[in-house]
Design a protein around this ligand. Structure first.
Ligand code: GCU
Length: 676
């Protein structure tokens, strides 16, 4: 079998005979829908493929229940109709019930999509050599579990690191959608039910008649997997594309434009999921141009799409350029300042999509305070699978431990437990909608993300959106077994490297909540600690000869700490009790300031950079222990990247250490810095 990465974790590699020889497998697959585009039909095909791959067993598919042992898969309604058995535990939307008793298996979804998810779960167990009997119900944490793809119509991908688009080329939807269907298969296997296929910095030509027909084809390719498509919109389209004189969201001709476009889209894509809108941010047009509010802007689309059952994901990533000489100016303040006054004004089918931190996918950020400030609004969290600031897939960085610092964070709204994951699920504030958006940016590269190991982040993204309480390491190990096999050494080695990788990256890139020290002006790759300051982007470190960090206190700084509910604000306001790992996010301190851990800030910087780079240098050596235990192709491709990372971590280490040595003139106690 080709060992390229196209099948990702869905390889269905043969299990060694010892593990399965005594096993009795179902004789028949009973798929309770024969319509080819239906997820239940897909589930039947997938079960057949899986049993063939894992056990070399050919199992026939039938749509009739049989007396012999079988795996039955269908929606609840189909199951009751076919079996007369309504004794199934109650399920939520997209949820499933999986019952395995030896060779008698029942997979029942609340809907067809849920049935497909249950089939993937059963196959995942088998592929991992888990033949236990189970009877379990699994429901998703939230209704919205989407990916965002920042693909441009010309086929390039913003912050994509795996080649050109699988969706678009030369301004139109590509003819061959094989990869699109393959991608939908991967997404379905991790419970993803929606995808925005074009860049948030949207091009209005997505709305051409030809492209709307293209959307119909994309939707057809993904529908068998239960993945619904949506698109990003350019707010100025009525003018730039529709030829109107305005794009004012309250203007009747603009409203008509969007109503017509929406109707056209639903003619091609009857199950179209919805729109994603980036407005008044980073040069994008929006309602503020016409002195309308962001809610006016969001509701414009919400009203057009409501009759069709669609939703609007409206991004909270709205900010303006600022002047660094103003000590009180702060980009981190922007989202709450813009959105809090609008709480309650968004239509019910609008979801405000909030990046996990207040700045921009940095290596460590506090949870965005916006999650706590708009209880009358649906919210979703935006995570980034593509490693924009985090090594761009040239570095191994397993992200779930970072995501968990936010998902598990308790914002203590009104003094009540208020975990971010319970806010975005809709539970905390009793909202009807909510969930997850992951920026993935897969490309045509045969590994999807440009790196075999980076796929653990996509896999884990879906698993966490389904169940954010699951353990980051346990998810990782499922992924390793499915991707590289069950060998103990393989599993242990990749586990160790992956779990060490985010702390290492934080150590050799930016520490103590400094946000990022990567180049922010051009590439977002590699060290450039000078690039944070002296510009309007507001990702400032305020480093000078004496100290660094952003004073975000209410008492003396930007006031950002005060955007959190009282108990959390009190922690961040206080220099004494702010955790070390967010110190420089909230406070401006001298390099000689002593951390809780006992070191000074500057010594921590030096030590962390050396220790992070040292950890990265263990990765190639650890990986070399896997030679012969996995296929040569993936072995070599991964080794190449890990060697690069090991070297680049030294570049990082030296650039950052020297930079702060030159700024502060404070020597390294271990004498490593400044002596080269
Ligand atoms: C970052 C990223 C941009 C992107 C923006 C966004 O700033 O660098 O490429 O457009 O986020 O999320 O809208």
């Amino acid at each position: 079998a080709a060992e390229d990465g196209l099948s990702g974790w869905l390889r269905y590699a043969p299990l060694s005979c010892g593990r399965s020889s005594h096993l009795s497998l179902p004789q028949t697959i009973v798929a309770l829908n024969t319509t080819i585009s239906s997820p239940v039909y897909t589930a039947g095909q997938e079960l057949q493929k899986g049993l063939q791959g894992i056990f070399a067993k050919q199992v026939k598919i039938s749509d009739q229940t049989t007396k012999s042992s079988s795996v039955v898969v269908g929606s609840l309604a189909q199951y009751i109709k076919a079996t007369g058995n309504s004794d199934v535990p109650s399920l939520e939307e997209d949820g499933y019930w999986l019952s395995v008793k030896g060779d008698s298996v029942q997979i029942v979804g609340q809907n067809e999509r849920g049935a497909l998810y249950g089939a993937f779960e059963y196959l995942s167990m088998l592929a991992q050599g888990n033949f236990a009997d189970v009877a379990k119900v699994s429901n998703p944490s939230a209704p919205i579990r989407w990916t965002n793809e920042w693909d441009n119509m010309d086929g390039s991908i913003e912050r994509g690191f795996a080649g050109p688009s699988i969706f678009f080329a030369n301004g139109v939807v590509v003819d061959d959608l094989t990869r699109v269907a393959e991608y939908a298969r991967l997404l379905a296997s991790i419970g993803i039910n929606g995808i925005i296929i074009n860049n948030v910095n949207a091009n209005a030509t997505t709305l051409s008649t030809q492209n709307i027909r293209g959307l119909g084809r994309v939707a057809d390719a993904m529908r068998p997997y239960g993945v619904q498509i949506g698109i990003s919109l350019n707010f100025a389209s009525p003018q730039s594309f529709g030829g109107l004189s305005t794009f004012d969201p309250l203007d009747a001709s603009v409203i008509k434009f969007w109503t017509d476009i929406t109707n056209q889209i639903y003619q091609q894509v009857p199950d179209f999921a919805g729109y994603l809108v980036k407005a008044n941010s980073e040069g994008q047009p929006g309602p503020i141009t016409y002195n309308r509010t962001l809610a006016d802007g969001a509701n414009l689309f919400a009203k057009a799409i409501k009759p069709h059952g669609g939703i609007v994901m409206f991004r909270a990533f709205v900010y303006d350029q600022l002047n660094e000489s103003d000590w009180h100016a702060d980009r981190a303040d922007a989202a709450v300042n813009y959105f809090k006054p609008l709480d309650g004004e968004f239509d019910d089918n609008v979801v405000v999509q909030i990046k996990y931190g207040p700045i921009d996918f940095q290596v460590r950020e506090p949870a965005s305070p916006l999650f706590a400030n708009i209880p009358k609004t649906n919210t979703a969290i935006e995570l980034q699978v593509t490693q924009e600031y985090l090594g761009q897939q040239c570095h191994l960085v397993y992200l779930p431990p970072l995501w968990k610092t936010v998902l598990d964070f308790d914002l203590k709204v009104d003094g009540q437990p208020s975990l971010v994951r319970d806010i975005v699920s809709g539970e905390r504030f009793k909202r009807p909608l909510g969930g997850y958006a992951g920026v993935v940016n897969v490309g045509t590269n045969s590994t999807w993300l440009g790196s075999h190991l980076a796929m653990s982040n996509l896999y884990a993204y879906g698993r966490l959106a389904w169940d954010p309480t699951s353990d980051a390491q346990a998810i990782l190990q499922d992924w390793i077994r499915l991707t590289f096999g069950l060998n103990r050494i393989v599993v242990d080695t990749i586990t160790k490297m992956s779990m060490d990788s985010w702390p290492a990256y934080e150590n050799y890139s930016g520490n103590l909540g400094i946000q990022t020290l990567t180049d922010i002006l051009y590439t977002h790759f590699g060290p450039n600690p000078a690039s944070q300051d002296d510009n309007g982007w507001g990702q400032w470190t305020r480093a000078d000869h004496n100290g660094l960090g952003m004073d975000r206190t209410v008492s003396n700084g930007t006031g950002f700490a005060g955007q959190y509910p009282a108990e959390v604000a009190a922690v961040y306001e206080s220099l004494e009790i702010t955790p070390d790992n967010l110190l420089l996010w909230f406070h401006h301190v001298p390099y000689t300031y002593t951390l809780h851990e006992g070191k000074t800030v500057i010594q921590h910087f030096y030590d962390a950079h050396y220790s992070g780079a040292e950890t990265a240098q263990t990765f190639p050596t650890l990986w070399e222990g896997l030679k012969g235990k996995i296929d040569d192709q993936r072995y070599e491709e991964v080794l190449f990247r890990l060697k690069y990372q090991a070297g680049h971590s030294i570049v990082w280490r030296d650039a950052i250490s020297e930079f702060y040595f030159n700024k502060s003139s404070i020597p390294d106690q271990a004498n490593r810095v400044g002596n080269h």
